[in-house]
Design a protein around this ligand. Sequence first.
Ligand SMILES: Cc1cc2nc3c(=O)[nH]c(=O)nc-3n(C[C@H](O)[C@H](O)[C@H](O)COP(=O)(O)OP(=O)(O)OC[C@H]3O[C@@H](n4cnc5c(N)ncnc54)[C@H](O)[C@@H]3O)c2cc1C
Length: 495
Amino acid sequence: MTAPAICWFKRDLRVADHPALARAAALGPVIPLYIVEPEMWAQPDASGRQYAFLAECLDGLREDLAASGLPLVIRVGDAVEVLDAVRATQGAAHLVSHEETGNGWTHARDRRVAAWARGQGVAWHEVPQCGVVRRLQSRDRWQGARDAFMRGPVVPVPGCTPVPGLTGDALPDARALGLDDPCPSRQRGGRHAGLRALESFLSLRGETYTRSMSSPLTGARACSRISPHLAFGTLSVREAVQAGRAAPGGRGADWARAMRSFQARLAWRDHFMQKLEDEPAIEHRCLHPAYEGLRPPVPDAARLAAWARGETGLPFVDACMRSLIATGWLNFRMRAMLMAVASYHLWLDWRATGAVLARYFTDYEPGIHWSQVQMQSGTTGMNTIRIYNPVKQGLDQDPTGAFTRAWVPELAAVPDAYLQRPWEWEGAKGLSGTRYPAPVVDPVAAAKAAKEAVYACRRAHRGDAETARIVGKHASRKRAPRRRPRDAGQLSLDL
Ligand SMILES: Cc1cc2nc3c(=O)[nH]c(=O)nc-3n(C[C@H](O)[C@H](O)[C@H](O)COP(=O)(O)OP(=O)(O)OC[C@H]3O[C@@H](n4cnc5c(N)ncnc54)[C@H](O)[C@@H]3O)c2cc1C
């Protein structure tokens, strides 16, 4: 009898467009395995809301596999030990999974699994599931490779032969893994929820995408909201790309612009993930080493806590943070502002603040996250330095103040004209009774000081060999729009 193949589900919790499952099914009877790794869930970027989302995804996966006659096997433990036990009892000769661009911990775990597989004579087939290219030789070839992958056919659900008599473990309770914070108002997990989000975006909600995405008031509805589904793989990126391309046209210029924007962002996903794939150290080290040590390595504890709780005294920043804490999601511009305020105004090291945001995001995706965290902190040595003014952002993105008032009820008595800078209101003293704090920094002076420090570093290293290396290895090869050149030294101050 043919030896079974283990299909190791990771961040790919679906059966449609699942090249690894198709490969496993072609090799022999399939053991569909998900491993809950307690050590992974103890990492500083993991959170209870991500685990709760995962649990819902696994419920859906179990149902979808059952329709193919396969029982999902969940095991709890160290991946090597679990895989070895399955190999020993079932005689599995193949291990099939998707290539994973994960955090440093999963990277190290995959190296251990590779060593184990070699030692046991198990063939580990790792296959791509998105536009990230493993062992990429040059960025010059990346776009073409991604386009070819996205044009490829969506892989149909394969017919699978089950392995009888397999048993698994129950999914551990979150608290047993040291996780709390299920975030009841977060998005729901599972393939059905993912398909619903994609469908409603492409049929209706996407209409105002381009003009509504930047405000936290309108972005929650106008954006696709498929990010946690891409992160946990209940939708494949190729499915999203192809569904977007197939969405009916003829709905006017707004619609066409929205669909182009959506495709561009799906491509950004792979572009940013490729950076972590090519240089896994960017989770822990500044992309350009010159920025190492610019900020204190141990962040100011009071400022960090105020920022992480949404109590900086900067109303729009606090509103965005509290909304994120409550819902597990925030639109792109406000994520960028939160990060920039932490890194510039509060002068906090990105490693600490990046981990806080990672835990708050239901859609935490290491490759996008750490690349964006560094970009918004000005430590890449190549991207435009953007210092957002949180008062101006509040006025621009929440002109009526409705969002700020909803999340910062302590400001109920503050007149509209002072909502984003209550410290200038003559009645500000009255706020002390409501416990809304004075701003932790003067936003204008703090931005100026940060600008001088970061720009001095940028000037000193402009055009050096390391900057050239970084641009060569990581920069997008697409031509930047003329009005906002992508550069190796531009500064943008949002005053
Ligand atoms: C500091 C910071 C951290 C971030 N961390 C994450 C993260 O952990 N996980 C994550 O999915 N996104 C992250 N983003 C990117 C972006 O904010 C989210 O992808 C987006 O808000 C998700 O909502 P959506 O699915 O409705 O996006 P849409 O606007 O509908 O976009 C569709 C998809 O395109 C991709 N995408 C959109 N914007 C970006 C972007 N700027 N860069 C890369 N890919 C993008 C995402 O996969 C997204 O689901 C981060 C941004 C910043 C500034």
